[in-house]
Design a protein around this ligand. Sequence first.
Ligand code: COA
Length: 260
Amino acid sequence: MNFDHLLLTVNDGVATLTVNRPEKLNALNDQVVDQLHRAAAQLAGDPAVKGVVLTGAGPKAFIAGADIGELAKQGVLQGRDRSLAGQRMLAAFEHMGKPVLAAVNGYALGGGCELAMACHLRIASENAKFGQPEVKLGITPGYGGTQRLPRLVGKGNALHLILTGEQIDAREALRIGLVTKVVPAAQLLDEADKLMRVILANGPVAVKLAIEAVHRGLEMTLEEGLALEADAFGLVAATDDMKEGLTAFLEKRAARFAGR
Ligand code: COA
């Protein structure tokens, strides 16, 4: 991968993708959005990559939002196109078919908070700060904030953040369910790797279908979602992974999943 604003390492199945524009607090300009989108497609298609950790370069920021310099020049149609391009990039991570974990290492504002929300899991360093400050700039969130935030933290918490534009710290993000773990900054990437490996030790087909059932189920009625769940439950019955997982339990040994 040769993207000038991204860094990528792959270690034993876990890809760490780092947005690398620290001089602008990793703000998402159009180029970074495009590179992230292409990187997501590449990671999705790489059989050596089983899961992805997404983080930001430098000690201060995960991503401090969309690039305000670019937003300042946009017209109506450009604004709409920029929003749609950002939303498509986020969807490429959300629908990667592999677990994606945001390791939030500092400011996750605007598009940064929105990208973290498109990931399947979020953990944060103690110095992380979250917010949707768009209204302070006279704009609305454009990369999914008005939709994913209420789904994650409830309508009241979401409207509080979106209408005030206030930042919250990592502890508050944990309290409202925006992240599931807070760790010291120096341990963030190790903790992210550890958490990803807990997930990757599980049945890969089951993990993939469970992500899909939760994600798609949220857009359905309870009845439709339960039918989707039953289909996934039936589908895994056709996998070697199910045979291996159940047999390993009965034989009191660790399962060795093949992912099929
Ligand atoms: N877009 C473009 N540039 C950004 C940016 C953004 N979203 N966020 C930070 N930067 C740039 C700053 O302009 C500055 O660049 P410069 O050194 O060339 O002037 C550099 O990153 C460092 O930021 P700075 O503001 O000096 O750091 P700080 O520690 O004083 O403040 C923040 C950090 C995050 C509070 C502040 O940068 C900020 O409010 N950023 C905008 C957040 C935002 O509104 N995001 C949503 C956009 S829709």
